[in-house]
Design a protein around this ligand. Structure first.
Ligand SMILES: Cc1ncc(COP(=O)(O)O)c(C=O)c1O
Length: 361
C-alpha cells in the first residue's frame, strides 16, 4: 500500500437526512451542507432521462461525451478537443492529479478551500503547500512566493468554497503573468453560473488564448442541479487535455449524465430562476447577519460562511432543529436554500444570538 494513504481519511460527506431524523428526533430535515441546488433540476432533464430509461439500452456510454462536447464547444466558443469530462468535477481533480503529480512534486493552494486538491496530491505522494487566506481571500503574492521548480499545480478556487469570495480579473492577471509556464494553474469555477454576471470576474475562457498553462474546471452539480448525476468538466489546451484522456477511465460519465447535462443547458429559464433565487437568498442572509452582528464573508456562490470560534455550538443548534450545515474550525458554511428555508435558519440563529445576549447579563 502507498504509505501516504495512512495519512488520510475517507471523504466525510457529513450527516445524511435519514440519520439526522433518527439521531435528533426531528420530523423534517433540510440538508444545507453540500451546496446542492434546493430547486433540483430542470423538468427537461427529467423528460430526457425518462425517455432514455424506457429505451432500455444496454450499451456502454460513449466516454468522450461527443454530443455534450459539441453543445459546450458551440456555447463557449472553444474547440471540441479542449474538453475533458468526469464523474463530477471531483473526478476531473483526480485525473489532473493522477496525470501530473509524482513524489517530489508539490502543489500550492490555500488552507481553507476545496479539500480534494490536497487529498489527491497526498495520494500521489506529493507535498501540499497551503498558504493561509488573507481576510478570506487567496493571497496571490504569498502563493507566488511558495512556487518553485517542483510546483506542478496551483489550485485557485474562484469563487472559493467555502468562503464564497472571489478574485477579479484585475487581481488574477498579474499573478498569471508571473506563474512559471511549466506550472499549471487550475481555476476551479464550480460556482461559475452564480458569479458570471459580475463585470470584474475573470473571463477565464478568453484567458486560455494567452495562457497555455491554465485549466478551467466547471460542474453541472451546482446551479444546474445535477449533483446526483455526477458530471463535470475541464477546459484547457489540447495537448494537456490529450494527456488527461490517457489517465481517465474509459466510461467515466454515464449516458444519463451526458444527456442530463445537455437538457440542463437547454433550459436557460430554469438556470436563470435558480440564480435569481440564490441572489435573493444571499440578500436574506447578508442583511440578517449585518443586523445580528454576525461575521461573514461576502459570498458569490450558493453558500455563505459565518466566522465563529464556536462552530460546533452553531452546528449543534441548527442540526437539533433539522438543519444540516457544514462546520469548520473557524466557522460554519450554510448552503443557500429556498426563501422559506433561509428564513427558518435565520430565525434559529436570531434566537440563538438573543439567548446568548440575555444569558451573558
Ligand atoms: C470548488 C468545488 N470544486 C469541485 C467540486 C466538485 O463538484 P462535483 O459535484 O462536480 O464533483 C465542488 C463540490 O462541492 C466544489 O465546491
Amino acid at each position: 500500500m502507498k504509505p501516504q494513504i495512512n495519512k488520510l481519511k475517507p471523504y466525510q460527506a457529513g450527516k445524511y437526512p435519514a440519520q439526522v431524523k433518527k439521531e435528533y428526533n426531528v420530523d423534517k430535515v433540510v440538508k444545507l451542507s453540500s451546496n446542492e441546488n434546493p430547486y433540483g433540476y430542470s423538468p427537461k432533464v427529467q423528460e430526457v432521462v425518462q425517455s432514455l430509461l424506457s429505451s432500455c439500452s444496454s450499451l456502454y456510454p460513449d466516454g468522450s461525451a461527443p454530443e455534450l462536447r459539441k453543445v459546450l464547444s458551440d456555447k463557449l466558443c472553444v474547440n471540441e478537443n479542449q474538453f475533458i469530462f468526469g464523474s463530477g468535477a471531483d473526478e476531473v481533480i483526480q485525473i489532473i492529479s493522477r496525470t501530473l503529480l509524482s513524489k517530489g512534486d508539490n502543489i500550492v493552494t490555500t488552507d481553507l478551500t476545496y479539500p480534494q486538491y490536497r487529498h489527491h496530491a497526498i495520494i500521489e505522494g506529493c507535498e501540499v503547500r497551503e498558504i493561509p487566506l488573507t481576510d478570506g481571500y487567496f493571497d496571490l503574492d504569498k502563493i507566488l512566493d511558495a512556487i518553485d521548480s517542483n510546483t506542478k499545480i496551483v489550485w485557485v478556487c474562484n469563487p472559493n468554497n467555502p468562503t464564497g469570495t472571489y478574485l477579479s480579473e484585475e487581481t488574477l492577471l498579474p499573478f498569471l503573468h508571473k506563474v512559471p509556464k511549466e506550472t499549471l494553474v487550475v481555476l476551479d469555477e464550480a460556482y461559475y453560473e452564480y458569479i458570471c454576471e459580475m463585470q470584474d470576474f475573470p473571463q477565464s475562457i478568453k484567458l486560455l488564448k494567452d495562457f497555455t498553462n491554465i485549466l478551467i474546471l466547471r460542474t453541472f452539480s451546482k446551479a444546474y442541479g445535477l449533483a446526483a448525476f455526477r458530471i463535470g468538466y475541464a477546459i484547457g489546451n489540447e495537448s494537456l487535455i490529450e494527456k488527461f484522456n490517457v489517465a481517465k477511465l474509459p466510461f467515466n460519465t454515464t449516458t444519463f449524465a451526458q444527456a442530463a447535462a445537455i437538457a440542463a443547458i437547454d433550459d436557460q429559464e430554469f438556470l436563470d430562476f435558480c440564480i435569481e433565487q440564490n441572489k435573493v437568498g444571499i440578500q436574506q442572509y447578508e442583511s440578517a447577519f449585518r443586523d445580528l452582528n454576525i461575521d461573514f464573508y461576502p459570498t458569490h456562490t450558493n453558500c455563505i460562511f459565518i466566522l465563529t470560534n464556536q462552530s460546533n455550538e452553531w452546528f449543534e443548534t441548527l442540526i437539533k432543529r433539522g438543519f444540516i450545515v457544514r462546520p469548520y474550525p473557524n466557522g460554519i458554511r450554510i448552503t443557500i436554500g429556498t426563501k422559506e428555508q433561509n428564513e427558518e435558519v435565520i430565525s434559529i440563529l436570531r434566537q440563538m444570538m438573543q439567548y446568548k445576549q440575555t444569558s451573558s447579563f
